[in-house]
Design a protein around this ligand. Sequence first.
Ligand code: CJB
Length: 806
Amino acid sequence: MELTTEQFIHDFELTLNEQQQTILSTATPSELFVALAHTIRQYYTPLWIERNKKLQENKDKIAYYFSVEFLPGRMLETNLLNLGILDVVKEGFAQLGIDFTQVKQAEHDMALGNGGLGRLAAAFMDSLATTGYAGFGNGLRYKYGLFKQRIVNGYQVELPDAWFGSIGNVWETRKDHDIVDVRFFGNVYMTDAGNGKLKPVYSDAQVLRAVPYDVPQLGYGNGVVNNLRLWDVEIPEEYELSYPTIEDRRRVEDITAVLYPDDSSDEGKKLRLMQEYFMTSAGLQTIVKSYLKLGLPLERIYEKVSVHINDTHPAVAPAEFMRILIDEYGLEWDDAWNATQKVMSYTNHTILSEALEKWHTGLFAHVLPRVYQIIVEIDNRYAAQMSAQGVDYETIENTRIVRNNQVHMAHLAIIGGHSVNGVAQIHTELLKEDTLRDFYKVSPEKFNNKTNGIVQRRWTQIAAPGLSKTIDKWIGQGWRSDIHELRKLNEYVDNSQAQADFWEVKQLAKQRLADYIEQTTGVHVTTDAIFDVQVKRLHAYKRQLLNVMHIIKLYWDIKDNPEGEFTPRVFIFGAKAAPGYHFAKSIIKIINELANLINNDEQIGDKLKVVFLENYRVSLAELIIPAANVSEQISLASKEASGTSNMKFMMTGAVTMATLDGANIEIKDEVGDDNIVIFGMTKDDVYNHYATRDYYSRGIYDNDPVIHRVVNTFVDGTIPNCQREGSEIFDALITYNDEYFLLQDFTSYVEAQEHLTQLYADRARWMHMSMTNIANSDKFTSDDTIRQYAQEIWNLSLPSHGKHRI
Ligand code: CJB
């Protein structure tokens, strides 16, 4: 939008005075932030209203992205950038003598997600608006987001993340006109509807009110505003008498109280099921209502509506959609089923079986009796149809929805939809070959790959403004709106002046991070060192422990030869562990104690530092990622579906230390073998070991003196204060045969690290690598990923109104 600095200053001061009833000289950063947010709201609100009006008038098809997680982080800067007024606002604040950074930091991260899956959902919201597609989000308005992590005596402590704080969510708007009711529990039986059909009668059901709060999603430079709808729960007035005590009310409020902090295991909790159904039912009910306003036949709803199931959490959607179409609007089963399958599509985000949700049939039928009946009917018809098609008994049994007293949510999502996708090539191959192979056998046409992406604007223009200016200097500003122009940088990867510029800007980012490290941990680190970073959820398969083993090896190398040549390294970790994930928490403790040991050893000095930054979150990632020289992507091959931080590091000039897993493989394809460092087993090696059962970690431990010494370090008292954690790690590696093959990959990892150190020592070579990574990162823009979803899965066309960047 066109906005002058004068106009902005005028609007801002007026809002501050009138809405915040305060003046510049006394306003706190938080008050200034709220006033700024409200000023921006005035700018985009007309665009938002216009967008909705046009979509309705033109009857454009809309895709709805259903996800229990959305992890946008802070929204202020993104909103300003996307509206095209970031520079104007910064200039206006400079004139007013306000520190923009302080104001931006007053915004609490919107952390309604655990990690990659939630961040991807938020990225897709940005990219849908930016590409112009009508794609809306549907999720839950948790009062508490992902827990706040504190490190106390080296241990993780979880605190509630009261992200609403005193100012609430400044971006949201409550939408009373779309309130709907959602039913749980009770009994249901079928009775004659009088028209030759049956209708369900409910008794003793609990009826709860779903209240939508809409959060605008602004497109970059195109005036498009899409919607992220988050549902909150309330007790309907007419049922208030049923909840006489505060405790009673609280039990209801729990449904939208807290995000489950477990990102890859089946929380066997009734509340979790209620959360999932609550947002799915509320979302689908309003979608059907708004479709009907178009005056089109319900059985053809798929022409105007797509519903995407993000992981299994909203996978009840096909059954709930059937319930709405049949019970509430009287559609025949076959018409409803045809519509449902065409509307629904599903993304799988992991092959870890514990993340493929399953519910005990008893629990499911108790919480959602009518939906359960429908699921059983879907399942029976599916089995009959497969059998009629000659599919063998075993395949049918393996793919059924209800089996062994469990409702398999992934199966419902696959059977009830037309598309199943994985999130990187290798992951999709694994789904076809292994995890979902029986489904691939019966419905190969449903399977497709959509490699993940990232919002390049956040990771360059917002998180790395210095880098962005350097890119501008060399290739102009075109890349800011067309990321593919980044490729022009390939021409300069060996230009010594360009190399010097990119080196310099990385050093500045490292200094920013070094300052933060010193402030928050008291540890002084030098930017002369290689900044080696692993930030992601703490999980055994991601192998933070392999990184730790390498650090221990370096520690002993220096202790053995204190005067030897050594390229200094700072190892930086950021990771939250699920509160119930004991082993992951032990690894956090070990990292912190090892850090204490190393950072306080004068003989080690600046050669080696280890830093664990607490409370890793999107806003901290924005500080850390642009400062990295090395991106650690070292999961056991086959286990990381895609990864997305790998893409962010690449785009900001880190060199990836990687196994051939997830999207690392596609990064390698983009940059070439010389600009990435690969080590370790391949997925086929891993599967061979599974097949032959020939892996024996104790054998490696007994025969390799380096590994022997490193592993012993966990239990010989070298690292103080972690006897228990040390023996747990020893047991996992040796007694329980090292499930994630750390010992097997260790030597190759160490060699790769040594190779990397040599590469770093040759600055021209290193900068060639670093810049080649930036120059070829355009493949991983989520704008392109979402275009593929829109065109290949949802069958969307671009709405005819507005100017779209395509
Ligand atoms: N993922 O964040 C989660 N949570 C889960 O429960 C399952 C998977 C991650 O999703 C990302 C987005 O697709 C992937 O990049 C990542 O590999 C996967 O672990």
